[in-house]
Design a protein around this ligand. Structure first.
Ligand code: GLN
Length: 453
């Protein structure tokens, strides 16, 4: 049924870069066979899922939204994908995204944009716009995204769906095509908080193949979501970030947010204001750290090892072939990041830019630590504005980066955060963000489920 739905609507939505019809039908048949054999299967067995095209899937095209990987079929599965298969989920295909997960609108995909099912003239967020639009268009009930600076939460917010960024290191990065290794976090997306938690529980947990994977038990996110759904938040302390009190955000977004905070107090939560003075520096710090790491990570796309190779006519030097391949294979935003990152890491500028940004990152982490001594969770709108029109922010990169104003502090800190729908502004969905301390993923699910209730 989901394959039929994709066939009916995806020429308009363009959530998918690749639909794996054969693989999906085979996986579904395998689940049927296991049921017929009387096997006890997990809660997600047979449930269809869409996977962001930045995760390696064995034998299935994986491009990260880039021309430089066109035609590449990975010889292995990402750990996350392995876990999804073991759980019996049925992978429908790979979803569209901004090239190498750099962007907030999916307009930087080398394969054309994804359109927001709420209004096809508007963006579905990014970079994981495909994973969010697939849910909103009922092409898939579950999807996987990755969040380096908000790419799970912001698409969730602008498509009226739920997206969670787990604690950094709580989900494996093995087989995730690296953008910014100290920030990249794969995570679950769905239409409800409980579904998101069920998916979270299947994909999370220690992976010895990822050196930054946390060797600790996964918090009971499903139990927490069910507790929150009862609508009782007695004893929960919720913090409002003073520095996010509305500057730069649309009034309609702020009023939906404030109404939701009001509703939380009615459910028994105690709401207080806390100050996180360094959050205002998060955006500039991120836009040095992420490009710096990207400039290093993307050096591997050299025309020798994977995908595209241009100019190799036997007369050109290796350097010329690499340069021509990268010139042709990378899009404008990826090039901009590589140039910024290379500059920020170069000798003479390293201390002034990268070193300084790392210090700011430490200060932001301290803001979170201090805040979580006073409250259980922090809340804010997920993104300052509702889904904007295609083309309206592509000419000025800074306008695009502003979409990440509220999501990025969490990435620099490493804690979990979730976006849950909290009403409409001008007929378009608004997202409510819940941020929790590192390894406190369960708390964030409890509060998010209460918002939904
Ligand atoms: N918009 C952010 C960026 O462009 C988010 C990226 C992400 O989370 N993958 O870097």
């Amino acid at each position: 049924e989901h394959l039929d739905r994709i066939a009916a609507v995806d020429d308009r939505v363009h959530a998918f870069l690749h639909v794996d019809t054969e693989g999906a039908l085979a996986a579904a048949a395998a689940v049927d066979a296991r049921i017929a054999a009387g096997e006890q299967l997990g809660p997600l067995a047979g449930v269809p899922i869409a996977v962001k095209d930045v995760l390696a899937t064995r034998g299935v095209p994986t491009t990260a939204g880039s021309k430089i990987l066109e035609g590449w079929r990975p010889p292995y599965d990402a750990t996350l994908v392995e876990r999804l298969r073991a759980a019996g989920t049925v992978m429908l295909g790979k979803t569209n995204m901004d090239e190498f997960a750099m962007g907030s609108s999916t307009e930087y995909s080398a394969y054309g944009p994804t359109f927001n099912p709420w209004d096809l003239a508007r963006i579905p967020g990014g970079s994981g716009g495909g994973s969010a639009a697939a849910l909103a268009a009922y092409e898939a009930p579950l999807s996987i995204g990755t969040d380096t600076g908000g790419s799970i939460r912001q698409p969730g917010a602008v498509t009226g769906t739920v997206g969670a960024k787990p604690t950094y290191g709580g989900t494996s990065r093995y087989g995730l095509l690296a953008f910014s290794s100290s920030l990249d976090t794969p995570g679950p997306c769905a239409r409800t908080v409980e579904d998101t938690a069920l998916l979270h529980a299947v994909i999370a947990g220690h992976d010895p193949r990822d050196s930054t994977s946390i060797d600790a038990s996964v918090p009971d996110v499903v139990g927490a979501a069910r507790l929150g759904a009862t609508g009782d938040l007695t004893g929960v302390k919720v913090g409002l970030v003073r520095e996010f009190s509305g500057e730069g955000a649309e009034p309609g977004v702020m009023s939906a947010f404030r109404e939701t905070v009001e509703a939380l107090t009615k459910l028994g939560a105690e709401v207080v204001e806390v100050s996180c003075p360094n959050f205002v520096y998060a955006l500039p710090a991120y836009y040095l750290i992420a490009p710096s790491e990207c400039s290093s990570n993307l050096a591997r796309y050299d025309g020798v090892r994977f995908g595209l190779r241009v100019g190799d006519d036997g007369n050109r030097s290796l350097e010329e072939v690499m340069s021509m391949t990268r010139e042709a294979g990378f899009g404008p935003e990826v090039k901009r990041r590589i140039i910024i990152g290379t500059y920020a890491l170069s000798s003479g500028y390293y201390d002034a830019y990268y070193g300084q940004a790392q210090k700011v990152r430490t200060l932001i982490t301290r803001d979170f630590t201090t805040a979580f001594e006073q409250v259980d969770v922090l809340v804010s709108p997920t993104t300052p504005f509702v889904a904007f029109e295609l083309g309206s922010r592509t000419s000025d990169p800074y306008q695009m980066y502003l979409a990440d104003l509220f999501t990025i502090p969490t990435n620099l800190y490493g804690g979990p955060a979730i976006s849950v729908p909290c009403g409409l502004s001008e007929g378009l969905p608004v997202g409510f963000q819940v941020m929790a301390p590192t390894l406190g993923d369960d708390r964030m699910y409890r509060v998010a489920a209460a918002v939904e209730s």
